[in-house]
Ligand binder design. Structure first.
Ligand code: NAD
Length: 279
């Protein structure tokens, strides 16, 4: 039956950053489609809330407070999931942070294009500490989870990895270099891991959402100028709902996508395909 190929009945999924936003929507959609979920987030109370909502859907859930940038915590999370559920079929690396908008350098008297969108950060260059923080959260964490989950999935000879990148992986936005670089790195890591693991029946893909209605984005949209620029750049004239991203994640986590690997699928209301005018 065609609908069965789009379900994940009896599967076990780890979803990072599942306390709110896109990660929460993915965790709930996977649960609706039949999976049990390890809900990973460093905000413990939010992780517990998501886990409770999953239990109300009739699925099992385990909230695991974890900082995804810390190797020991990532390993412990994978061990806890295995001891609770006995296997891991799906890994969704969603946890990520926005970088804010900062220039690479600040030179008094010089303003780069789009400086007005950067608010009061336009004259504050990216620090090395901040560069590492964004890279550790958006990219290194995915490497850590691959190393921790890999031995299990490779032995099992079956698995689905879904990484949440961004359409920023394809954009060259000023004041946004560290975020764009972290997401471009994530899409490339996705391709490489897909090649390594393809002979073991493991699919590794990414999703590149455009602006999506979450706490992360709503904060930025309060600035009327930012809001106008972003909506003007999206042919569909609106931002995404988290569930719209989650339904694509379900496809990549399900048997329906068994021949797809190494891809980043963009879902951004036409922003990238429209080209000029994108921010
Ligand atoms: P969000 O801030 O609303 O939610 C992110 C969740 O990740 C939070 O619950 C947070 O506690 C958790 N998290 C952050 N750092 C963590 C860490 N070190 N360890 C554990 N948990 C951590 O963000 P969102 O908008 O839902 O974004 C989710 C993903 O989607 C991110 O990777 C983001 O880059 C990507 N994305 C978002 C948008 C958008 O417009 N919202 C667009 C493109 C891509």
């Amino acid at each position: 039956m065609i609908t069965e190929e789009y379900r994940v009945e009896g599967k076990v999924a780890i979803v990072t950053g599942a306390g709110r936003g896109i990660g929460k929507a993915i965790a709930l959609v996977l649960a609706e489609a039949g999976a049990d979920i390890a809900v990973v987030d460093f905000r413990k109370a939010l992780a517990e809330e998501t886990a409770e909502e999953i239990r109300q859907l009739g699925r099992k859930a385990l909230a695991i407070p974890t900082d995804v940038t810390q190797e020991d915590q990532v390993r412990r999370t994978v061990e806890q999931t295995l001891s609770q559920f006995g296997k891991i079929d799906i890994l969704v690396n969603n946890a990520g942070i926005s970088s804010g908008m900062r220039p690479v350098v600040f030179v008094p008297g010089i303003k780069f294009p789009g400086w007005e969108l950067a608010g009061d950060e336009w004259d504050k260059p990216i620090t090395l500490e901040w560069w590492h923080r964004v890279m550790d959260t958006n990219l290194t964490s995915v490497f850590l989870f691959a190393q921790a989950v890999g031995p299990h999935m490779l032995k099992q000879k079956k698995g689905k990895v879904v990484n949440i990148s961004s359409n920023s992986a394809q954009l060259g936005s000023t004041y946004h270099s560290v975020y764009c670089a972290s997401k471009a790195g994530l899409s490339t890591f996705t391709r490489c891991l897909a090649s390594e693991w393809a002979p073991f029946n493991i699919c590794v893909n990414a999703i590149g959402p455009g602006a999506t209605k979450t706490e992360m984005m709503e904060e930025k949209l309060r600035d009327p100028l930012f809001r106008k620029v972003i909506l003007d750049a999206i042919p569909k004239g609106r931002i995404a709902e988290p569930r719209e991203i989650a339904l694509l994640a379900l496809y990549l986590a399900s048997e329906a996508s068994n021949f797809m690997t190494g891809e980043t699928l963009y879902i951004d209301g036409g922003q990238l395909s429209h080209g000029a005018g994108s921010i």
